[in-house]
Design a protein around this ligand. Structure first.
Ligand code: MG
Length: 234
């Protein structure tokens, strides 16, 4: 079996909530039809259930925000897709500033893994709801390249993080030993019983559970498995 480490990006590798807030505010700034006064706390509470950028429209629309708990039942309409286009355009403009990744600091976990990314890039994949270009640029800014990235585009095309994993045959019996690290319990739940090690990162944006692990604990698991895998290969 091939050992593979699948990592979420936001809330696991990078503390990116403020970047998303900056982008959403820029996309709506001074525009009629959008709330202009959303506090960061309210944004964070809403973001904890967001899986696609169009959903921020349901927070920013002047028609009034829906409660975060109601969001998973909302289907996107034309206005929502228009919002998503504006959001990604605003991010593209912000990303033209070479200092852009500075609003999105890496967690300690990133720095623990950085040497492993460099030594074993093929062992790692990023699986995120963020668009691929912004992940690639943030990683490159901090010196990590050549890691496979599955992002918003893949999740939209295939339907979910689990569906992306299926498309890569990560769930095939006996083929891979997958370690998947995510900070959102709702993103891990579909993987329970499907992969060997779904691990909840306790430093991200969701509540901790009794099984949640620290960055040091997860780093220890990953480096131990890597040394086993390398011993096998030797
Ligand atoms: Mg996350």
């Amino acid at each position: 079996m091939e050992i593979k480490f699948v990592l979420d990006f936001d809330g696991v590798l990078f503390n990116s909530a403020f970047e998303a807030y900056t982008v959403a505010n820029k996309a709506t700034q001074g525009r009629e039809g959008f709330r202009q006064d959303i506090p960061y706390d309210e944004f964070l509470a809403f973001r904890s259930v967001v899986t696609d950028a169009w959903q921020y429209n349901r927070l920013y629309t002047a028609k009034g925000a829906i409660p975060p708990a109601a969001l998973p039942d909302v289907a996107p309409n034309e206005d929502d897709w228009a919002f998503a286009r504006d959001f990604f355009e605003a991010r593209r403009e912000i990303m033209e500033n070479p200092d852009w990744p500075k609003v999105m600091p890496p967690y300690d976990f990133y720095f623990l893994l950085k040497p492993l990314f460099a030594a074993y890039p093929g062992r790692f994949s990023i699986l995120s709801t963020r668009n691929v270009a912004s992940i690639r640029q943030a990683l490159a800014f901090h010196g990590t390249e050549n890691i496979e990235i599955f992002g918003q585009e893949d999740i939209r095309r295939l339907g979910s993080k689990l569906a992306v994993a299926q498309s890569q045959h990560w769930l095939d019996q006996g083929k891979f030993l997958i370690v998947y690290v995510d900070d959102m319990n709702s993103h891990l739940e579909p993987f329970e019983g499907e992969i060997h090690l779904p691990l909840h990162a306790d430093w991200g944006y969701d509540r901790g559970t009794p099984g949640s692990l620290s960055a040091n604990q997860i780093h220890t698991i990953i480096s131990s498995l890597l040394s086993l895998a390398n011993k096998d290969a030797a």
